[in-house]
Design a protein around this ligand. Structure first.
Ligand code: SF4
Ligand code: SF4
Length: 433
């Protein structure tokens, strides 16, 4: 695609990066077929190619974002299915992140929308605040009929019982069982540890059982993805993590990997190098951290899973989170690990399509998100599975809100199969099949 940016515009590193991305797009439109919003809405402006045109026009002409641009960019899930499909290597993720930051700078949203975004950006990255917000949601549930649509969706997604905080999420070191083979840092995150603290617990048991010393680093927390993808920064969170892990890296034994068990966060940590590329004091450290980042399924594949010690064999529908399959190109590892743990892994039809979770998307665009969730749930039901496994808390919460079948994290099944406790959500029914 030809572009007409001036030298002055290209002096800005974000514009320079977007210009390179735009020039790679050859308008072929292959990406439209796999874009969930185009599949649902059938509007070219809700396809990757249509959005690329809108973003190009806005950036090239230095225009403030218009209502039309905001509408169609807001409807984008950032699922990155278009990046998997694109034969030209268009980095849509960096382009849309730049567009979102430009929108936040140049467009004044209606106040309810602004308020909602500010509240989400403040609450979700802070586990203590988020836990209290969920307790408030439980009290508000009986009055949900009186609330606006977005609030109703939030209440539906909120758990009926808020789990207590887990002791594993505090800064500490978990020694390896037997000989230490690796020293790894675990990102304990923010929203996940509130909604499903058992995921970090299972991850730590699994890793220590497989010879890893696991460090929960002082000062590390939210990866910044939620605010970054809303165009509201995220660099401060990322900076804290980079500093915390760089300190750990300097200690005796160093770090062999930074392990992430929420793939939405993993995609962002792997992108820290890009996010800080123009920051002279951070660029090198950020690039190092990104190079060490591994999804838990990647690290467990490198290590090799021990033989299962309990009778498995249940049929599991593996839901491939967009951030894992499209954002990190991690597709086969989780399925192979589940198979190695003895599970009968079922492919979900239309597995490339998003479940509608997409960070805060299910809260900000509830109608489209619910349609995608229902489509995902129907596809899962066709597999004949008795449980669902996924590698991202957003997907787990979203899919579980539309079905009664247990939806758990892949590591919970791997941990159970190799000697850990069974997730109580699985119940006897799933364990018997
Ligand atoms: S990120 Fe997903 S929703 Fe957005 S344009 Fe690409 S395929 Fe479509
Ligand atoms: S598939 Fe790639 S090159 Fe083709 S229109 Fe989509 S983004 Fe552009």
């Amino acid at each position: 695609m030809q572009t007409r940016f001036s030298d002055a515009q290209l002096a800005d590193p974000d514009t320079a990066s977007s210009e390179k991305i735009l020039r790679k797009c050859v308008h072929c439109g292959f990406c439209t077929a796999t874009c969930p919003t185009y599949v649902l809405l059938g509007d070219e402006l809700d396809s990757p190619r249509g959005r690329i045109y809108l973003i190009k026009d806005m950036l090239e002409n230095d225009r403030p974002a218009t209502e039309t641009v905001v509408k169609h960019v807001d409807r984008c899930l950032s699922c990155l299915s278009c990046m998997t499909t694109c034969p030209s290597g268009v980095n849509y993720m960096h382009l849309v992140d730049h567009a979102r930051a430009h929108i936040e700078k140049t467009y004044v949203r209606p106040w309810p929308d602004r308020l909602m975004r500010r509240v989400l950006a403040f609450v979700l990255p802070r586990p203590g605040v988020f836990r209290w917000a969920l307790r408030g949601a439980a009290l508000a549930r009986p009055f949900s009929g009186l609330l606006p649509a977005q609030m109703k969706v939030m209440l539906k997604l909120a758990p009926t019982r808020v789990p207590a905080a887990s002791a594993v999420d505090r800064a500490q070191i978990f020694p390896a069982q037997g000989t230490r083979m690796r020293r790894v840092a675990l990102l304990t995150g923010c929203a996940q540890r509130v909604l499903a603290p058992q995921i970090n617990e299972a991850t730590i048991r699994l890793l220590t059982r497989h010879g890893c010393e696991v460090v929960v680093a002082e000062g590390a927390g939210c990866c910044g993805a939620l605010t970054h993808h809303m165009g509201q920064g995220g660099h401060d969170y990322a900076r804290r993590n980079i500093e915390a892990w760089t300190d750990e890296f300097a200690k005796p034994g160093g770090l062999d990997a930074i392990v992430i068990n929420a793939s939405g966060c993993g995609t962002t940590v792997k992108d820290y190098g890009f996010m800080f590329r123009s920051d002279a004091g951070m660029a090198e450290k950020a690039a190092k951290i990104s190079s060490l980042a591994r999804d838990i399924s990647e690290l467990m594949t490198e290590i090799g899973l021990r033989a299962p010690v309990v009778q498995t064999g249940q049929r599991v529908a593996y839901h491939s989170a967009c951030s894992l399959q499209h954002g990190q190109s991690v597709r086969t590892e989780p399925k192979r690990l589940l198979q190695a743990a003895g599970f009968d892994v079922a492919e979900v039809p239309e597995g490339h399509l998003c479940c509608g979770s997409a960070g805060t998307y299910n809260l900000l665009q509830p109608e489209i998100a619910t349609k995608l969730r229902d489509r995902k749930v129907e596809n899962i039901a066709r597999t004949g599975a008795v449980m669902v496994a996924a590698g991202n808390i957003g997907c787990i919460t979203q899919i579980a809100s539309g079905m009664t079948m247990p939806v758990v994290h892949t590591v919970e099944l791997l941990d159970w199969a190799t000697g850990g406790p069974k997730n109580p959500f699985l119940g006897d029914e799933a364990a018997r099949h």
